[in-house]
Design a protein around this ligand. Structure first.
Ligand SMILES: *Cc1c(COP(=O)(O)O)cnc(C)c1O
Length: 384
């Protein structure tokens, strides 16, 4: 059992998430709606709780990455439309009809397999066609040099599937600094439009059409499809705060990572701190031990690379190698008196101060999406 605030915890601010939904809506026009991407346990924040927030905001469409994520939401009362963005193995096809889950058609062969299953089982399965316009991940490939529009039409016409929509995915919508990347995204948009036109010309209704992820929403605001698919924006972040955006968005970071101080000690010159003996102070230092480590999702890679925490709203450096369950922080230069049981903040707000997750992501040479996903399963989520 996870006991709240026993050693480390992860605060998730529901009102901030709701604020972010409204901030995204403020960028949409026409009748465009939000399909909330709550895959990977809603980027670690808790898929059920985040989905409930979405329901309260009137969001009526959800997306996840796998059938087990979909089942977990269904079994916990999420009855809205639910799309699996990725692959479902044939042995789990039966769940799709049993739980009214919409499956992405990752290729024409896959669509045929799903259609054959439906025929044999006497069921209809709902599906969206994925069109690969340049990401080269999944979908029926419709790029200029390699166009399989006939396969898209064939997928739509499979008799035992209920094909309700089509979508594609951007590869570089986050980059508006390099013209070649802007051109690439515009090419993806043009290909997507071309596919939609061909479907319509063939007398088929494309159904629900959606293309934009978080950066697609911000950087390509002229688009107006039936749905947009934000993930990271729901939690109040872009992938990297250094990315230039085509327009501002009023986000509120919704998560913060915290743990307790377990011990405060004085370390004498010549001593060493933690595994590897990489930190050896030349003067006497005050060191606090904190019960959070890499098993909680704080990357060991940032050890001895200048990462910080907040204690009583003041910044303190992490020193020595980060351990699995613990780390050490140098509190010598803090003006406040640090004691066992004090709260340490790794990112988020503390006593009016704020430590951005981006700092950690930059030190770890990654993006906020990954930092969010690291937060360990053993860290209890506390919903405010
Ligand atoms: C993950 C994902 C999203 C959401 O991406 P963000 O960049 O977090 O908004 C949208 N669409 C697809 C297909 C995805 O895989």
């Amino acid at each position: 059992m996870l006991i709240s605030k026993s050693r480390a915890w992860y605060e998730v601010d529901r009102s901030a998430i709701k604020h972010n939904v409204e901030a995204i809506r403020a960028l949409l026009h026409g009748n465009t709606k939000i399909m909330a991407v709550v895959k990977a346990n809603a980027y670690g924040a808790g898929d059920l709780e985040v989905s409930k927030c979405m329901q309260e905001c009137g969001v009526d469409f959800f997306a996840v990455s796998s059938v087990d994520e979909a089942l977990s939401l269904r079994k916990n009362g999420i009855q809205e439309s639910l799309l699996i963005l990725g692959y479902t193995p044939p042995e789990h096809f039966h769940y799709l009809s049993e739980y009214q889950i919409i499956q992405t058609l990752v290729s024409l062969d896959y669509a045929k397999k799903l259609d054959a299953y439906c025929e044999q089982a006497g069921v209809k399965i709902r599906a969206h066609v994925k069109v690969d316009t340049g990401m080269s991940r999944i979908g029926i490939r419709c790029v200029k040099q390699d166009d399989h529009i006939a396969d898209v039409l064939e997928a739509y016409r499979l008799p035992h599937l209920q094909v309700e929509g089509m979508f594609s995915h951007f590869a570089v919508s986050d980059n508006i600094d390099q013209q070649e990347h802007i051109d690439f995204t515009n090419e993806q948009i043009a290909q997507f439009e071309y596919v939609r036109k061909k479907i319509t010309e063939a007398g088929i209704k494309p159904g629900i059409v959606h293309l934009q992820n978080s950066y697609g929403i911000i950087n390509y605001p002229e688009l107006s499809y039936d749905y947009v698919r934000p993930g990271i924006l729901l939690l109040g972040f872009t992938s990297d705060c250094k990315d230039r955006l085509a327009q501002p968005i009023d986000l509120k970071p919704a998560v913060s990572l915290k743990a307790n101080v377990t011990l405060v000690k004085t370390v004498q010159p010549g001593s060493c701190v933690s595994y590897g003996r990489n930190y050896r102070p030349k003067e006497q230092r005050r060191i606090a031990t904190v019960c959070l480590g890499y098993a909680d999702g704080y990357p060991r890679f940032v050890s001895n690379r200048g990462s910080h925490v907040l204690i009583h709203g003041e910044k303190a450096p992490i020193v020595g190698n980060i351990c699995m369950d613990q780390m050490m922080v140098d509190i010598t230069d803090l003006t406040c008196d640090v004691q066992e049981g004090d709260v340490v903040t790794f990112f988020g707000e503390d006593h009016g101060a704020y430590l951005a997750m981006d700092e950690l992501s930059h030190l770890a040479q990654t993006i906020n999406n990954e930092t969010l996903c690291w937060i360990g399963a053993r860290v209890p989520r506390i919903y405010k």
